[in-house]
Design a protein around this ligand. Structure first.
Ligand SMILES: [Zn+2]
Length: 167
C-alpha cells in the first residue's frame, strides 16, 4: 500500500488507519466502544502505545497472558512509558483471521527507539472474553530478519522466519 506524503493532520489516529482519532481508536480507549474484530483491537493497542495509555494496554490483555500476573498499576505505568523511548511510525496489517472466539493478526510495526530501527513483524493471537477481544500472545520477528518489504509476507512465510529466528 502506498501512502501519500502529504502533511498529516495532528488528530489522525496513530494506528495509521487514515481516520481521525475520534472516529477510530479514541472511543475504544475511552471505554465508549468495544473492538469488533481482532484487527480493531490490535490497532487500538498500537495507538495506545503511541499515546502512552498503559491502563488500556493492561485492560486489553487476555486472562491467559503472562503479564496479567504482574501488579497492574506498575505494569500500566511501565507500558505508558514506552512512548518516551519509542517512535511508533507506522503500522501495516498483513493478514487477519477469525474463528469463533479466537482470532489472529499478522502485522508489521515500524518503530524507532533512540534512532535505532526496532521495527518488527508479529503474529498476534486474540481471544474474545466476555464479548471483548483481548490480546493473548504473539510471535515476533525483528526487521533485520524480514524481507525488504515485510508486507509481502504471508502467514506461512512469516512462521518459517519465526521458526528460523527461534533456533
Ligand atoms: Zn486508530
Amino acid at each position: 500500500m502506498v501512502r501519500c506524503s502529504v502533511a498529516k493532520p495532528q488528530d489522525e489516529c496513530a494506528c495509521r488507519s487514515g481516520k481521525k482519532y475520534k472516529a477510530c481508536c479514541g472511543p475504544l480507549h475511552a471505554g465508549e466502544a468495544v473492538a469488533g474484530t481482532p484487527e480493531e483491537l490490535m490497532r487500538s493497542r498500537f495507538s495506545a502505545f503511541a499515546r502512552g495509555l498503559g491502563g488500556y494496554l493492561v485492560r486489553t490483555l487476555a486472562a491467559e497472558h503472562p503479564e496479567r500476573a504482574l501488579p497492574e498499576a506498575e505494569l500500566a505505568r511501565e507500558l505508558s512509558r514506552a512512548k518516551e523511548r519509542q517512535r511508533f511510525l507506522d503500522l501495516s496489517i498483513v493478514h487477519t483471521a477469525e474463528d469463533g472466539d479466537r482470532g489472529e493478526v499478522l502485522f508489521y510495526a515500524r518503530i524507532y527507539e533512540r534512532g535505532e530501527d526496532c521495527s518488527f513483524a508479529e503474529l498476534s493471537q486474540f481471544v474474545r472474553e466476555g464479548g471483548a477481544w483481548r490480546y493473548a500472545s504473539g510471535v515476533l520477528v525483528p526487521s533485520s530478519r524480514l524481507p525488504a518489504d515485510p508486507t509481502s509476507l504471508d502467514r506461512a512465510a512469516f512462521l518459517a522466519l519465526a521458526d528460523q529466528a527461534a533456533r
